[in-house]
Design a protein around this ligand. Structure first.
Ligand code: IPE
Ligand code: MG
Length: 247
């Protein structure tokens, strides 16, 4: 990984490679990864969690500023309850066991989604890790938890309604920029690159408002196998897609 990081840094310095500020990833294929090995789905989710740590660290080291990961969607509640419980347990475990690692790597954790609907123990683990990393100045890791793109837009409308009622916002002054301020993470730039693993070509209710100009990149690789060198391929394609001279 070290050689790869050096190579990327050199290419960025020479202007050959232009990095996005914000990468969003739909982690998909944990179940298939496990099935191909004759393992239970839980093992796929565990391997997927381990890969989250690897990719987060790598993104921080190459100088990405924001990384949004689709950890748990509003649709994931429809899965068999045993699997939902397993995903929630892994999420809690990640938030607790990675706290120190994130801090050491200067990664700040934030989140987006209907967090208030998550079990109390997840909310606590999330809050504590966010507080423990609030001072970090490297990569910002944004975990999408109980996140749905449509739910985000509905929630923005609800907030707008409340603001209009409280006379903090005039109905006639409600424009695009106003919507942006009411999204879950108003301070994050929109992602320039969206990656989906496991060959799916669907947007699946992820970041609907935020991806109007985003470059979409997919790979048949299943999430637990998605490596830093493959991420570099996505970065190269993204960089080549930019018009010459643009920022
Ligand atoms: C992604 O893998 C896991 C989550 C982020 C919830 P899947 O569980 O969707 O794996 P497949 O699609 O069944 O292979
Ligand atoms: Mg899937």
């Amino acid at each position: 990984m070290d050689l790869l990081i050096q190579e990327i840094k050199k290419e960025v310095a020479s202007g050959k490679l232009r990095l996005p500020r914000h990468i969003a990833i739909m982690l998909d294929g944990n179940g298939r990864w496990a099935r191909r090995r004759g393992l239970p789905r839980t093992e796929g989710h565990r391997a997927g969690g381990e890969n989250v740590s690897r990719i987060v660290r790598f993104c921080g080291l190459i100088g990405i500023q924001f990384l949004t990961l689709f950890g748990f969607s509003t649709e994931n509640w429809q899965r068999p309850w045993e699997e939902v419980k397993n995903l929630l347990n892994l999420l809690e475990e990640y938030l607790i066991t990675q706290r120190e690692e994130l801090r050491t790597n200067n990664v700040r954790l934030v989140s987006c989604g209907r967090i208030e609907e998550m079990p109390e123990r997840i909310q606590t683990a999330l809050r504590e890790t966010q507080e423990a990393t609030a001072h970090c100045t490297g990569l910002t890791l944004n975990l999408a938890i109980n996140y749905g793109g449509r739910a985000e837009i509905v929630d923005a409308f609800r907030k707008a309604q409340q603001k209009i009622k409280a006379e903090e916002l005039e109905r006639d002054n409600f424009h695009m920029e106003e919507v942006r301020k009411l999204l879950y993470c108003p301070l994050l730039p929109f992602p320039e690159l969206l990656i989906r693993t496991s060959g799916e070509l669907r947007v699946s209710n992820f970041l609907l408002w935020e991806i109007d100009e985003t470059y979409f990149w997919t790979t048949p690789t299943l999430w637990p196998d998605f490596s830093p060198s493959e991420l570099k391929e996505a970065l190269v394609d993204y960089s080549l897609s930019l018009p010459a001279g643009s920022q």
